[in-house]
Design a protein around this ligand. Structure first.
Ligand code: PBG
Length: 328
């Protein structure tokens, strides 16, 4: 290194104190980069902790409003809503019920905290009796018959006042179907955040406790992506943007940092990473045993997702990060 008179690179200069490290830091992680998932159940005054996800709750609408107000106070980037319906059926009709838990929660949260971004997850798996993300015909999920149901669900979220619609079902053509329905209904300015790249991942295990959406038979490998593939991720992203996606998501996050990096390089729309339930649960479980410090580990994981190129990260840790790490 010719910049140095003593013949070697003095990398430690930029690490010598917290003040210098702060000036030299590349990636940053603030509460505004994070989006908090909320699970909404019917009822009132309900707050049930999810066994495999300490600090994550299924709540009724009134309690969800409190969580959303806290998220707003903490400066989080937004919340993303999942629903647990009163009852399920083969079509998942609870997904588009005008007074379903998600639709009610959107209205109540936009009322109480109008500045907070409210994203709604669009999928049928929490609402179908079989737990698949679409309607089942002859043992497989019927792609094209599922599309109008997803579009109807998106429309019910739009009617409730959602800020962003986020389809997570992995049916082909669903972004186009949703975009078309929104445009026809007069919501041409309502953005779609597509879970464009969603892997068939074992890391979703704890979410199935939280959202009660485990398939009663089979798995989701017929529509979610093979964990071995990255070129396919680019095809999914490009197709979704052509169909009208305004933003794209990669999920899970940390096991797929290379995918986030490639998606970031390929397109210029906002890219989200989703630090999923299993990523969160692993850190919390190891922390409970005294094996790892969950705050340190989850913060490092979130930073890696930002470093890989994600603009925003969905994380169960969002509020705790804002309170325990960012604030002090
Ligand atoms: C499907 C959906 C899933 C998650 C979010 N939306 C998962 C699934 O396929 O079961 C997983 C999120 C997580 O694990 O945190 N609607």
């Amino acid at each position: 290194m010719d910049s140095s008179t003593d013949g070697f690179f003095r990398g430690r200069r930029l690490r010598r104190s917290a003040a210098v490290r702060a000036l030299a830091r590349e990636a940053d992680l603030s509460p505004a980069h994070l989006v908090l998932p909320l699970f909404i159940t019917p009822g009132k005054g309900l707050r049930r902790e999810v066994g495999s996800m300490p600090g994550v709750y299924q709540t009724s609408v009134d309690e969800a409003v409190r969580d959303a107000e806290r998220a707003a106070r903490l400066g989080l980037g937004g919340v993303i809503l999942f629903g647990l319906p009163e009852s399920k059926d083969a079509e998942g009709s609870g997904a588009w019920a005008a007074d379903g838990p998600v639709q009610q929660a959107v209205r109540a949260i936009k009322d109480a905290a109008p500045e907070l971004g409210v994203v709604t997850d669009v999928c049928l798996c929490e609402y179908t009796s079989h737990g698949q993300c679409g309607v089942v015909r002859e043992g497989t999920v019927d792609n094209d018959r599922t599309l109008p149901l997803l579009a109807r669900t998106a429309q019910s979220h739009a009617e409730a006042g959602a800020d962003v619609i986020a389809p997570s079902d992995m049916m082909d053509g669903r972004v186009g179907a949703i975009r078309g329905t929104l445009d026809e209904g007069g919501w041409s300015d309502l953005p779609v955040l597509s879970y464009a790249v969603k892997y068939a991942s074992a890391f979703y295990g704890p979410f199935r406790d939280a959202a009660d959406n485990a398939p009663t038979s089979g798995d989701r490998r017929g529509y979610q992506m093979d964990p071995a593939n990255v070129r396919e991720a680019i095809r999914e992203v490009v197709a979704d943007i052509e169909e009208g996606a305004d933003m794209v998501m990669v999920k899970p996050a940390v096991p797929y940092l290379d995918v986030i990096r490639e998606v970031r390089a390929e397109v210029d729309v906002p890219v989200f990473g989703y630090q999923v339930s299993g990523e969160y649960a692993m850190a919390m479980a190891a922390d409970a045993r005294g094996w790892l410090d969950a705050d340190a580990v989850l913060t490092e994981m979130l930073l890696s997702v930002r470093r890989a190129g994600a603009d925003r990260v969905v994380s169960y840790y969002a509020a705790r990060y804002a309170e325990r790490v960012a604030a002090p």
